[in-house]
Design a protein around this ligand. Sequence first.
Ligand code: CMX
Ligand code: CO
Length: 146
Amino acid sequence: MFTRIDHVGIACRDLDAAVAFYRRTYGFEVTHEEVNEEQGVREAMLRVNGTDDGGATYLQLLEPIREDSPVARFLDRNGEGVHHVAFGTSDVAGAAAAVGDRGVRVLDERPRHGSMGSSIVFLHPKDCGGVLTELVQAAGSDDAGE
Ligand code: CMX
Ligand code: CO
């Protein structure tokens, strides 16, 4: 059901500074940048590697665009650092339903819009051993329903 780590989400206060750090330290380049109003973030996706199912693995650098957003609250509490882990699947609605049946709270009733046209759902960190977990179906993935 889950075929890869789609991305690791990292909260930062200054997106441009974070992008510069990942470029000069590791040589990772920005594949895509966007503002996601619904999630309250400006974000950059840095592609790390491709996978044999045609997917890829990214770092997602996240800067809050408003104070009442999840990433702003996270930064206030914890400072900069790892914010969430995202697993890739070809059927995010089915995967969320299956995980929900296993007793994990699914935070989104319906998949929402994620980076690069993906569909995403979040799971409650308190049901996942303290890890905020995201499920991702890439745009154009086989079972894409949207
Ligand atoms: N990782 C682990 N634990 C987290 C967390 C995170 N990223 N964010 C919050 N928590 C914990 C808090 O530490 C707190 O724990 P305690 O009660 O033990 O102190 C608890 O969850 C509640 O925290 P809160 O700040 O009061 O709650 P929020 O109102 O911020 O809600 C959550 C937390 C997970 C429901 C909310 O952040 C959410 O809905 N997140 C999903 C959306 C999101 O994160 N979007 C940004 C990324 C977008 C993208 O990836 O595309
Ligand atoms: Co994410």
